[in-house]
Every structure is written in structure tokens, then in C-alpha cells.
Design a protein around this ligand. Structure first.
Ligand SMILES: NC(=O)c1ccc[n+]([C@@H]2O[C@H](COP(=O)([O-])OP(=O)(O)OC[C@H]3O[C@@H](n4cnc5c(N)ncnc54)[C@H](OP(=O)(O)O)[C@@H]3O)[C@@H](O)[C@H]2O)c1
Length: 306
């Protein structure tokens, strides 16, 4: 791949993917709404070689400009909170469709959509439904598209363990949504970035769907216990029913950087583990890294305020 347009290339996953691709000599275009913010993030990460395009997946002309002349497109755009016109449907369904359409129109060879485990076009919750419909739209428009469905991703700056650690530093007790029985299979963000880079380099991955999950399944309660152990804190875990957590998330969503969103609460209502019916990291010759190995490398230090 010589030129890859990464929509969402300044995000948690996107930046890691840009690093993987540029280290292989690929020319990378980062397409995001906030170009200045992306340039600063790329500079801070030593990735100045990537070019930045101001683009919004809801704006066809800006999408076309960021794609023209590219060999591949990756959709790693995320909306965890609905704000203004950026609804889950507009970003994850229609936005994904627009990217796929413009990629076809520009004669792009490969398309990778980053979705999520559990994406379901018939789901009753809008976030999960939009993800499922986005997958379906991309497959209709760009039949050779490859879909990757990560489980909850971890690594420096993550929303899962970072939030648990932040809360443990602030609160005397920690809220365990839904009693903490939901099962998750967290995957290291660098493993996901490497998987996408390998997919782009290997034409045999065309048209396939991958579930990218870590080596072990845990309950949410177990993940809280591990995070507390790593940061050396003891906190009682207090069950918060889903309905109460959803109300709290609605209020948090009024803040610029909500610690919890309604989409996240919805995702926690069902297990988020690989089905086993689809290929994953092992099929891409990647040995998934365990949280026990990676968490101590970053979780002990408090995060800087965003
Ligand atoms: N994080 C996880 O644990 C997790 C788990 C499973 C799946 N996923 C999926 O993985 C992908 C990446 O997630 P992430 O956590 O890396 O997201 P993130 O850190 O929130 O980054 C989102 C990126 O998308 C860009 N963006 C948002 N809205 C946009 C729009 N309308 N047009 C163009 N760019 C837009 C953002 O830049 P601007 O704001 O400047 O536009 C940013 O670069 C998403 O599809 C997400 O659903 C994430």
C-alpha cells in the first residue's frame, strides 16, 4: 500500500495505526474534523510525516478530497456521544456508507471498516444498531471491504482502565455497572493497529470480517479488581443498576469529556467477547498481549487532564 487515508487517524486507535503504517514506508493521510488538533497530536507522537486533511464523514465533498488518489481507506471514526448533527446513525451508518461510496468512485483498492464486537443492525440500542447498519452499508457498497470488530481496547489513554483508575483516585467506592457480571475480552490497542496494517498488506483478507479480542475473558468485576491491584488501591465495589448508570451517563454527556456515555452503558448490557465463529488476531499471526503484561506499564501514572 503506498497511500492510505485514515479517517479518525488522530484517535486512540488511529494514531497507533498511523505509526504502524508510516513505519512501513506508507504515505498516510489523516482525515478528521479538527485538523489543528490532529497536527499537534501527530507532532507530539513524532508522526509529522503524515499529512492532515480536514474532513467530516457527514460532508461528502471533504471525504472525496481526502480519498482522491489513495490506494486504501480505513474508517476508524468514532462517536461515543451524540452531539449536534453527529448522531450515531449519521457517523457510524451514513458516514461509513459515504466513505465506502467515495472509495468506490475513486477506484480505491482496499477498504477497512473498524466496527466493534456485538455490532447488530437489529439491536434496540441506537449505538449498536448504527454500528451493525454501518457494516451492512459498507458491505453493500464496497463488497471487498474488510471489517474489524475489536473488543474493548486498552493501552495508554484508554477509556476502560483509565477511567477505573481515575475514579479510584477520586472516590472512596467504585460504581460497578450492572453488578459487574458482563464478560469482556479486552484487546491491546497496538495489536489492533498491527492487525489493520497486516490486513492492508495482505489481499487474502479482502471481504473478511475479523473479531479482534484479547487472550482472556474476564467479568467487569474482575477487570476492576485487576486495575485496583495494579494501581495499589483498595476500594469497595458498589453495584449500580443499568437504569441508574444510564441516567448518570446522560448527565455526564453534558460535560466536554464525559467519563461515561449512554453508548458505553448499552454496550455493557451484553457480553463483549469473540464469538469464535470468525477469524481473529491468531489468523493474522498476532499473539494477543495480556492485560497483566501491559497495564503495569501505564496505569500506575495518573493521566494528564485532557
Ligand atoms: N476504544 C475502544 O475501546 C473501542 C472498542 C471497540 C471498537 N472501537 C472502534 O474503534 C474505532 C476507533 O475508536 P477510538 O477509540 O480510537 O476513537 P477516538 O479516540 O474517539 O477517535 C475518534 C477519531 O474520529 C475522528 N472523528 C470523529 N467524528 C468524526 C467525523 N464526523 N468525521 C471525521 N472524523 C471524525 C476524531 O477526530 P475529530 O474529532 O477531530 O474529527 C478522532 O480522530 C471506532 O470505530 C470505535 O467505535 C473502539
Amino acid at each position: 500500500m503506498t497511500t492510505v487515508s485514515v479517517f479518525g487517524g488522530s484517535g486512540f486507535l488511529g494514531l497507533r495505526l498511523v505509526r504502524q503504517l508510516t513505519s512501513q514506508g506508507t504515505l498516510v493521510r489523516v482525515a478528521v474534523r479538527r485538523a489543528d488538533r490532529a497536527r499537534s497530536a501527530l507532532r507530539a507522537a513524532g508522526l509529522d510525516r503524515a499529512s492532515v486533511f480536514r474532513a467530516d464523514v457527514r460532508d461528502q465533498a471533504t471525504v472525496a478530497a481526502a480519498i482522491a488518489g489513495a490506494d486504501a481507506v480505513v474508517d476508524a471514526v468514532s462517536a461515543y456521544v451524540e452531539a449536534g448533527g453527529a448522531t450515531f446513525e449519521a457517523v457510524h451508518e451514513w458516514g461509513a456508507r459515504t466513505l465506502a461510496r467515495e472509495a468506490v468512485a475513486a477506484g480505491v483498492g482496499r477498504f477497512v471498516l473498524v466496527s466493534g464486537i456485538g455490532a447488530d443492525p437489529e439491536s434496540r440500542t441506537s449505538y449498536i444498531r448504527a454500528r451493525g447498519r454501518g457494516e451492512r452499508a459498507v458491505q453493500e457498497v464496497f463488497p471487498g471491504a474488510t471489517i474489524v470488530r475489536p473488543s474493548a481496547m486498552f493501552g495508554p489513554g484508554d477509556a476502560l482502565f483509565g477511567t477505573i483508575a481515575d475514579l479510584a483516585r477520586l472516590l472512596p467506592a467504585l460504581p460497578l455497572i450492572g453488578g459487574g457480571q458482563t464478560r469482556l475480552q479486552p484487546v491491546y490497542v497496538e495489536d489492533v493497529a498491527e492487525a489493520i496494517a497486516r490486513i492492508l498488506a495482505d489481499p487474502r483478507t479482502t471481504g473478511r470480517t475479523y473479531e479482534l479480542a484479547g487472550p482472556t475473558v474476564y467479568t467487569l468485576r474482575e477487570l476492576f479488581v485487576i486495575a485496583l491491584r495494579v494501581i495499589g488501591k483498595r476500594r469497595p465495589l458498589v453495584t449500580v443498576p443499568f437504569a441508574v448508570a444510564k441516567l448518570q451517563a446522560r448527565l455526564f454527556e453534558l460535560l466536554p469529556n464525559p467519563p461515561l456515555t449512554t453508548g458505553q452503558v448499552d454496550l455493557l448490557k451484553t457480553d463483549n467477547v469473540a464469538s469464535g465463529a470468525l477469524p481473529g488476531l491468531y489468523e493474522l499471526d498476532i499473539l494477543p498481549k495480556a492485560i497483566e503484561l501491559i497495564l503495569p506499564t501505564y496505569l500506575r501514572k495518573p493521566r494528564l487532564a485532557a
